[in-house]
Design a protein around this ligand. Structure first.
Ligand SMILES: Nc1ncnc2c1ncn2[C@@H]1O[C@H](COP(=O)(O)OP(=O)(O)O)[C@@H](O)[C@H]1O
Ligand SMILES: O=C(O)C1=C[C@@H](OP(=O)(O)O)[C@@H](O)[C@H](O)C1
Ligand SMILES: [Mg+2]
Length: 173
């Protein structure tokens, strides 16, 4: 059975945008957990955080992770907080290969500064929020078996590195 390819990493590292391209290249279906949660709930991520609270968002995320683990041949772009939950990691690992995307805080800042749809970054000072969350989450993304720095490399080069790794490990043919 084809393993799911699970992209994890901090906000703005490129999970959603690269995931879509990776899926197209591999001929896999693409699921972005944030978009899926928006479809399921009929609300944006920002609305869920604001009206229902982060706990509600995390429980939607957890339900979705369980559902996705029953499917195969997916590229999944997770949200930056999905793997903070140990159970999510265990479930995703059962039939998935975890790939982490990273980028320096300066790169993340540039990428997210004009986007208003990330509730954890939008209150207070953006730079301080990025630095604090990166610090709090240090270690959380080490559950991946392969990591690519998307700040250093262009889009195509990142895709190339991920595909090379997957081929080398025979996760894809
Ligand atoms: N080399 C690169 N790899 C990934 N994303 C990049 C790269 N260069 C620029 N970007 C941009 O950075 C942004 C990353 O945002 P997104 O894909 O939503 O990240 P995430 O889902 O991890 O929060 C996108 O606008 C993307 O076009
Ligand atoms: O890091 C986080 O806790 C979050 C990241 C977001 O996804 P991206 O990483 O795709 O921005 C989204 O799930 C939500 O705003 C919470
Ligand atoms: Mg995303």
């Amino acid at each position: 059975m084809k393993k799911n390819i699970i992209l994890i990493g901090f906000m703005g590292t490129g999970k959603s945008s690269l995931g879509r391209h990776l899926a197209r290249r591999l001929g896999y279906k693409f699921v972005d957990t944030d978009s899926a949660i928006e479809e399921i709930t009929g609300k944006t991520v920002e609305q869920i955080f604001r009206k229902d609270g982060e706990i509600r968002f995390r429980s939607e995320e957890k339900l979705l992770v369980r559902k996705l683990s029953r499917r195969a041949g997916l590229v999944v772009a997770t949200g930056g907080g999905t793997v903070l939950d140990r159970e999510n990691v265990e479930i995703l690992r059962q039939n998935g290969v975890l790939i982490c995307l990273t980028a320096a805080p300066e790169v993340i800042f540039q990428r997210v500064k004009n986007k208003k749809r990330r509730p954890l970054l939008s209150r207070g000072d953006l730079w301080e929020n990025i630095v604090r969350l990166l610090h709090e989450r240090a270690g959380a993304y080490e559950v991946a078996e392969f990591t690519v720095d998307t700040g250093e490399l262009g889009f195509d080069e990142v895709l190339h590195q991920i595909i090379n790794y997957l081929q080398q490990k025979e996760y894809i043919s």
